[in-house]
Design a protein around this ligand. Structure first.
Ligand SMILES: C[S@@+](CC[C@H](N)C(=O)[O-])C[C@H]1O[C@@H](n2cnc3c(N)ncnc32)[C@H](O)[C@@H]1O
Length: 221
């Protein structure tokens, strides 16, 4: 899979993607990540990419020309173009799963007060990572790249994400324990030590259900 990140601040991604599982996925060519700074596409003599909003109001808006020209330059028939914006549809695991099947994912990161609406003429999907406003789309892009990359076959053991929270969209993960059995009086539940896999499965399902009802009743309604 190829992921192209369209951003004014590509340097922000270096340290995040140059470690751990994402780095391993890149080293094994399961994913390639490239960066485009849309300032390079500005036709303005000073490479300006933002301007004041028509009609007045605070802050600066990203102009549509540099972004539209950048997307038209990099997209192919295999591309899906995603705009990161707080007013997009909420990103969730089922969307990460769908995106992990795309050959070429393009993520557009905004900044300042956001985009000139006409940018949307080259966009296939608008995504938000939550009901809050960040200073830029770089952290949302990192969140999406991480969630999508771990679902690409071969990146991690498939069994480990089949049991994760949201792999069944209505259930959170069950409680997990590792050694030691007794940590300062806090004991591992007996059933997990029993070796009875049917009982362990039942316990995990009931605990996941209980936790989901307590923490996220909205998933169950
Ligand atoms: C300060 S925000 C702009 C907010 C915009 N004026 C609004 O109210 O929707 C700047 C950029 O950060 C990114 N961004 C901020 N919060 C986000 C979120 N929750 N999800 C996705 N992108 C976000 C977007 O790319 C956005 O264009």
């Amino acid at each position: 899979m190829r992921i192209s990140i369209v951003s004014l601040f590509p340097g922000m991604f270096e340290s995040v993607f140059n470690d751990s599982i994402i780095k391993r996925a890149m080293d094994s060519n399961l994913v390639t990540i490239d960066y485009y700074n849309f300032r390079d596409y500005s036709l303005d003599p000073h490479k300006k990419v933002d301007d004041t909003p028509f009609g007045g109001g605070a802050g600066m808006l990203l102009m549509c020309q540099p972004i539209i020209d950048c997307i038209n330059d990099i997209k192919t028939d295999d591309s899906l173009v995603v705009l990161l914006t707080p007013s997009g549809i909420p990103f969730k695991e089922s969307i990460a799963y769908d995106l992990s099947k795309v050959k070429h994912l393009i993520l557009i990161c905004g900044h300042y007060e956001g985009f000139d609406e006409r940018v949307k003429s080259v966009v296939d999907m608008e995504l938000s990572i939550g009901d809050y406003v960040l200073t830029g789309g770089e952290i949302p892009a990192m969140v999406i790249v991480d969630a999508v990359t771990r679902l690409i076959p071969g990146v991690i053991n498939e069994e480990s994400h089949l049991n994760d929270s949201f792999s069944d969209p209505l259930v959170l993960d069950y409680p997990n324990y590792t050694k030691p059995r007794d940590f300062r009086g806090m004991l591992v539940p007996e059933v997990l030590l029993s070796g009875d896999h049917k009982k362990i499965d039942e316990w995990r399902k009931s605990q996941a259900d209980l936790k989901t009802r307590e923490v996220r009743p909205d998933l169950k309604s």
